[in-house]
Write a protein that binds this ligand. Structure first.
Ligand code: HEC
Length: 111
């Protein structure tokens, strides 16, 4: 039973288990990392950057996590992004994915 629960958690891609401890992503660490390393290309809460840099705000957490892991493992190829994530830990990837998944794109229309 325990094994089933653990594999269900792993399948969700929301947390990882290391030595029996489940990592809980930290939004503040994610924000600090995004400000220091990701904003220059992906923009911040208000400003989107150039079109060649995809929007990360409000994307599904599991999607962001998977893309970051795929860049790190070489399953998804992009020289810019692979160099961005190569030095980051799995915990840092989860922190920053959580941060971006909870950002909301501001509505710019007057209505
Ligand atoms: C030097 C510019 C640059 C920086 C800095 C950068 N990225 Fe990216 N990122 C890109 C580009 C370019 C792509 C599109 C890659 C492609 O076309 O496959 C991308 C794609 C992504 C994607 C996939 C989005 C999607 O819609 O599939 C994620 C997630 C992502 N970046 C997260 C991050 C995070 C988190 C950081 C900070 C740790 C970061 N990026 C820093 C340039 C950058």
């Amino acid at each position: 039973m325990k094994a089933i629960i653990i594999s269900l958690i792993a399948l969700c891609g929301l947390s990882t288990e290391v030595n029996g401890e489940v990592y809980q992503a930290d939004i503040e660490r994610g924000q600090a990392l995004a400000t220091a390393q990701c904003e220059s290309c992906h923009g911040n809460a208000v400003i989107a950057m150039a079109k060649q840099f995809p929007n990360l705000k409000g994307q599904k957490l599991a999607y962001l996590n998977k893309q970051l892991v795929d860049f790190k493992t070489g399953l998804r190829l992009d020289p810019l992004m692979q160099s961005q994530v190569s030095a980051l830990s799995s915990e840092q990837l989860q922190d920053v994915a959580l941060f971006y998944s909870l950002l909301v794109t501001p509505k710019l229309s007057a209505n």
